[in-house]
Design a protein around this ligand. Structure first.
Ligand SMILES: NC(=O)c1ccc[n+]([C@@H]2O[C@H](COP(=O)([O-])OP(=O)(O)OC[C@H]3O[C@@H](n4cnc5c(N)ncnc54)[C@H](O)[C@@H]3O)[C@@H](O)[C@H]2O)c1
Ligand SMILES: [Zn+2]
Ligand SMILES: [Zn+2]
Length: 394
């Protein structure tokens, strides 16, 4: 079969690889009909190379038709249309029974001391072949796959694999008071949907921040107020101006460590000067501080006693954190990968009607044949041609 493989930094190629087959009684084989490229794939494309092996099959946002099942997958039969959650969970262990599916004890990669295995995501997370391929082997298929209606375009349901539950959890963790204010940093797919979900779930003011025209425009056409980082020099000041001088009740960071284009803000410099010299120097000389700029902005823009919800992925142990400010402002910080199956039952009913309350019909900007994945990755990373969400079609 054809699959999108990682070969090196910024080098992704479509290759012929062996067809997957049933290896465990709890496996299923899904013929992929749509599979999206995610902001998280850009971390593999760029900074997480050391954890990848040339030939790894990428992709963790896939849906399709069940073709085969092992004999311990009672709820699926060939022909079922399913979406596959990006994290692989057993549904029964200590963590799964608390709906912390990203921490599943049964699928963790041995010896890595990390959470549950993920499709198409480094050896830290099990090196499981991903879904940007014609066929996908789905482990733990007695639990993971979400059956969806047979009719309706793939994009209606595809984002149950990651983007929708991630945005939903970001809003849940943000704990926005009824009628309260919520700032969303980053208007990629996660930020777009988090902003819409926050409003759908009762936030009074939702303010999105980005620096790319078409991303700001997409948020605006869904009724979200925006700040353009290219012209607003200090997001914290702008947010306080709109919130009686206090800051937002909740801030969602949907940027993560690929933060770019953002100059090291004055607040970062101020925070770094609070550190002892040796640490401040380290802070400025490691790439860390620049990559953390969205997180610093979040901590600055939230009000005292407010909540910061991180869905952007951060890596690295050496990144300095403004602990003094976090503590002084009594900020609540929640984060982590989305526990996909914890939210899908809440979200699915919002996807099946004609009214499309979350506007999922307006997210995909490009449909590309799987064969052209290499160029599609380049386009998505550079945000060329208005790319916001790219769906590959095998
Ligand atoms: N927690 C999870 O389970 C989970 C799941 C999926 C994605 N993610 C992470 O969420 C983040 C967003 O994903 P995405 O697919 O929307 O990615 P994306 O790269 O498309 O979006 C990021 C957006 O942030 C903007 N941006 C960059 N620097 C900024 C700054 N300093 N301030 C404000 N905006 C800035 C970019 O212009 C872009 O629009 C990524 O880090 C991704 O890895 C987490
Ligand atoms: Zn994803
Ligand atoms: Zn489990």
């Amino acid at each position: 079969m054809k699959a999108v493989t990682w070969q090196g930094k910024r080098d992704v190629r479509v290759q012929d690889v062996a067809d997957p087959r049933i290896e465990e009684p709890t496996d299923a084989i899904v013929e992929v009909t749509s599979t999206a490229i995610c902001g998280s794939d850009l971390h593999l494309y760029e900074v997480l190379g050391p954890f990848m092996t040339p030939g790894d099959v990428l992709g963790h946002e896939a849906m399709g038709i069940v073709r085969q099942t092992g004999n311990a997958v009672p709820d699926l039969i060939p022909g079922d249309r399913v979406v596959v959650p990006f994290n692989i969970a057993c549904g029964q262990c200590y963590y799964c029974s608390q709906q912390l599916y990203t921490q599943c004890e049964r699928t963790r990669a041995p010896g890595q001391d990390k959470g549950a295995s993920l499709f198409g995501y480094t050896k830290l997370y099990g090196q499981v072949p991903g879904g940007q391929a014609e066929l996908l082997r789905v482990p733990q298929a007695h639990f993971g796959p979400v059956k969806v209606p047979e009719t309706g375009p793939d994009e209606r349901f595809l984002f149950l694999s990651d983007v929708l539950p991630t945005a939903w959890q970001a809003v849940e963790y943000a704990d926005v008071p009824e009628g309260g204010s919520c700032v969303v940093l980053g208007l990629g797919p996660i930020g777009q949907l988090a902003a819409r979900i926050a409003r759908h779930r009762g936030a009074g003011t939702v303010l999105g921040v980005d620096l790319v025209d078409e991303r700001l425009a997409m948020a605006q056409r869904h009724g979200i107020d925006t700040l353009d980082l290219r012209t607003v020099k200090d997001v914290g000041v702008a947010v306080r101006d709109r919130t009686d001088g206090r800051g937002a009740d909740s801030v969602i960071d949907a940027v993560g460590m690929e933060a770019h284009g953002a100059p090291v803000s004055t607040v970062v410099q101020q925070l770094a000067t609070l550190l002892p010299d040796r640490l401040a120097e380290k802070a400025f000389t490691t790439a860390g501080i620049d990559r953390m700029s969205a997180l610093y902005t979040a901590i600055d823009a939230v009000r005292r006693g407010g909540t910061v919800s991180l869905s952007g992925v951060y890596g690295g142990m050496a990144d300095p954190m403004p602990m003094m400010t976090l503590f002084d402002k009594q900020i609540q910080l929640r984060m982590g990968q989305a526990n996909v199956r914890a939210w899908t039952d809440d979200i699915l009913p919002l996807l099946t009607g004609d009214d499309d309350p979350l506007g999922v019909d307006d997210l995909v900007t490009h449909h590309v044949p799987l064969d052209e994945a290499s160029d599609a990755y380049g386009m998505f990373q550079a945000k060329r041609d208005g790319a916001i969400k790219v769906v590959l079609q095998p």
